[in-house]
Write a protein that binds this ligand. Structure first.
Ligand SMILES: [Zn+2]
Length: 126
């Protein structure tokens, strides 16, 4: 199942982040997914819940931003969002565009809460 794999790699990213911030608990994770990745939002949140259930990450909120694919015009090198598979360049009206993104999955942010604010002791890393 495609969405299961994506949920898995999101959780991998979360675990990686958390290792760098000992004592914090993940509350919300944001990812960006290209519309061309063919991800079913319902299936993804189902997979995500199934994978976090009964783990320390249970209740973690998944915030997905779906992005329209982008193309670049080969004639005038303008980059533009592709809507409804319309590949016409808004700059020069040409149809000579190449797809530059649309099936990406990237980590956007992770919101954490300090679990033990007293015990942790302050490490100033700012
Ligand atoms: Zn153009």
């Amino acid at each position: 199942m495609h969405e299961m794999g994506i949920a898995n790699s999101i959780l991998d990213g979360v675990a990686k982040e958390l290792r760098q911030r000992p004592g914090s608990r993940a509350v919300k994770v944001g990812v960006r997914i290209g519309e061309l990745a063919g991800v079913d939002p319902d299936a993804l949140s189902f997979a995500f819940e199934a994978l976090t259930l009964d783990t320390p990450l249970a209740g973690l909120v998944l915030d997905v931003e779906y992005r329209a694919p982008r193309s670049r015009c080969r004639d005038c090198s303008r980059e533009f969002e592709v809507r409804n598979f319309e590949l016409l360049c808004p700059g020069c009206g040409g149809v000579n565009a190449e797809c530059i993104s649309g099936d990406e999955m990237e980590f956007a942010y992770l919101e954490v809460e300090e679990d033990e604010p007293c015990a942790a002791g302050r490490k100033s890393s700012e």
